[in-house]
Ligand binder design. Sequence first.
Ligand SMILES: C[S@@+](CC[C@H](N)C(=O)[O-])C[C@H]1O[C@@H](n2cnc3c(N)ncnc32)[C@H](O)[C@@H]1O
Length: 284
Amino acid sequence: MRDEAVAGLHIKKLGRYIDATLGNGGHALGIIKLGGHVLGIDIDPKMIEISDTRLSKLNNFKLVRGNFKDIDRIASENEWTPVDGILFDLGVSNIHLKDLERGFSFENPDASLDMRLDPSEQGVKAYDLLNVLREDQLTNMFEVTLDPGPARWITSRVISARENGQITKVGEMQEICKGLKTGRHGLNEATLPFLALRIAVNSELENLKTGLTKSFGLLKSGGRIVVISFHSKEDEIVKDFFKEKSLEGKAELITFKPVKASDEEVEKNRRARSAKMRVLQKIK
Ligand SMILES: C[S@@+](CC[C@H](N)C(=O)[O-])C[C@H]1O[C@@H](n2cnc3c(N)ncnc32)[C@H](O)[C@@H]1O
């Protein structure tokens, strides 16, 4: 959904943009090619390293490691206000999903179930949550991606497993997930519990709410926010925020329904199957 997202920003030559989830810089590069100037933010020091190698020689590009929940501070410290557009391409990148050491991938059962995007700032790992949360807290966490029945089922499996010692490895959690009925065909049974853990460890929903609110304050009149989300709870936050701004008469919905990836893109990139894009334009 790269082209659609960049088009959604309506890039102006010499306009000032923020890519709040830089990743390996694909979208940022798309904006720069159309004449925009980009401040790229990523929370993950490894992604910053990758983008630095790829993009740092370009003019019109600035790179900052940080959390988009602090987008107002990051923009003002870098003298990057007001802006013409802000992009959020949420979640993790394919580079994270292929990394065998950080707990995002199912491919290495011996990896530590860590999942922190910023190990230098975040103390709590995914397995800490599994080992310390109370039953009701675990259920609430799993209910972010699972229906209540499967969330309670997986919680009871975690609680039984931890009676035999700490859960620390990817493979141990995969074992716990065996037999989970999510009601979603063709999905690995561990996908949704792992997603719930990742969202919790990285406070993804809270960051999104804060990031969106602060972003709106950074936009020029006529400026746009484009968000690509990957699961229903994220999309709900975006939809509600955009609706609120439009009802207040402060913004116009450019997309009434979310834009989805084409069959061709889903064919090339499985992750795109759940992507939804929404666009908002500030009026005042
Ligand atoms: C889907 S990837 C972005 C891919 C990117 N659009 C590209 O073209 O390569 C999401 C990126 O957002 C980063 N991220 C996740 N949460 C973040 C946050 N709260 N603040 C800043 N970056 C974040 C992740 O580290 C990841 O690199």
